[in-house]
Ligand binder design. Structure first.
Ligand SMILES: Cc1cc2nc3c(=O)[nH]c(=O)nc-3n(C[C@H](O)[C@H](O)[C@H](O)COP(=O)(O)OP(=O)(O)OC[C@H]3O[C@@H](n4cnc5c(N)ncnc54)[C@H](O)[C@@H]3O)c2cc1C
Length: 286
């Protein structure tokens, strides 16, 4: 276990913003569960980080403990089932699966988060979502018990699962994959990586798509039609490459990103009548 005091959270978010937390702890699942139970008992503010790739953390930081689970090598349970721990990245899980000729994670490979963060969000891309392969999960419940929950209990839907509602913390997931030629799996991963590089502003800090897809529309298109592509506040801008992304192009503060999010929502509503909801989660005071 590693403990960092007064740690700047901007070092742990893909937006590269966020003030300090009281202590930042890296721990394996067992020690991490101890930390969580302890914080809950003492009613100390506590937050779980994955890779910080879907978070906007306030410049004022977070007045408590932040925990991040350490990654672990995935484990092959039988010929086509994989156990992936919560702190392991989707990229590492997909790569391990490819090495073992297991298909199902190709579309999720380029999402820069952990298994834990992906399960909360039912992360998805290119027509595939985590729910397609999720068989069961081991969770720490809000009562402090460890139990196995089924895919049905996860109640996956678009960018949502029961984890957050039930205050369950994912410790690991069992994924049901499919045997396939490893070369074909790798080829598909390469093709999708190239598509991401071409369409998304991966060269600048961001948290991916800022807004949820409104039913019947595409957020990026609505933002473009509202004339907001390239619009900036301080060091934060609506990406020129993909209007669905807000990027930190020049040492933006969290406050500037937040103000830009509000401005985009306002302009899209004014021009189209559609309310854009944030996909990115906020932590701290804004
Ligand atoms: C360049 C870029 C591209 C992206 N592309 C996509 C994409 O194609 N599709 C997509 O869906 N997303 C995409 N994202 C967004 C993001 O990567 C995903 O939402 C990802 O699943 C978040 O995982 P994380 O580990 O970073 O979680 P974090 O951002 O660290 O945390 C997100 C939430 O999950 C909670 N959490 C984390 N771990 C656990 C756990 N073990 N148990 C319970 N709760 C937990 C946190 O408390 C927080 O509320 C992209 C982001 C970037 C920067």
């Amino acid at each position: 276990m590693e403990i960092l005091y007064n740690e700047p959270l901007k070092l742990h978010t893909t937006f590269r913003v966020g003030g300090e937390c009281k202590r930042f702890i890296f721990a394996d699942c067992e020690e991490g569960c101890g930390v969580i139970r302890d914080c809950r008992e003492r009613e100390e503010p506590f937050f779980l980080f994955g890779k910080g790739s879907n978070l906007l953390v306030s410049d004022r930081g977070f007045p408590g403990t932040v925990l991040s689970f350490l990654p672990k090598d995935p484990v092959l349970l039988d010929r086509d089932r994989l156990r992936v721990s919560a702190g392991t990245t989707l990229a590492a899980a997909a790569s391990f699966a490819a090495d073992h000729g297991l298909s199902g994670l190709e579309c999720l490979h380029g999402i820069p988060g952990t298994m834990g963060g992906a399960a909360v969000m039912n992360a998805g891309a290119y027509g595939s979502e985590l729910k397609d392969v999720f068989a069961e999960g081991e969770v720490l419940t809000k009562e402090g018990e460890i139990r196995v929950i089924s895919a049905e209990e996860m109640d996956f839907s678009y960018r949502s699962s029961s984890l957050e509602r039930e205050e369950n913390i994912l410790l690991s997931a069992v994924l049901q994959l499919e045997k396939k030629d490893a070369v074909l799996i790798r080829d598909r991963m390469k093709e999708l990586s190239a598509r991401r590089r071409e369409k998304q502003p991966l060269e600048l800090p961001s948290a991916g798509s800022t807004f949820r897809r409104p039913e019947g529309y595409f957020a990026g298109k609505l933002i473009e039609e509202a004339g907001m592509k390239g619009f900036s506040i301080g060091g934060a801008a609506v990406s020129e490459k993909h209007a669905g992304f807000i990027v930190n192009y020049n040492n933006a503060t969290a406050e500037e990103i937040y103000r830009l999010i509000c401005k985009v929502q306002e302009e899209v509503y004014r021009t189209s009548g559609v309310t854009l909801k944030c996909e990115v989660k906020m932590l701290g005071e804004f």
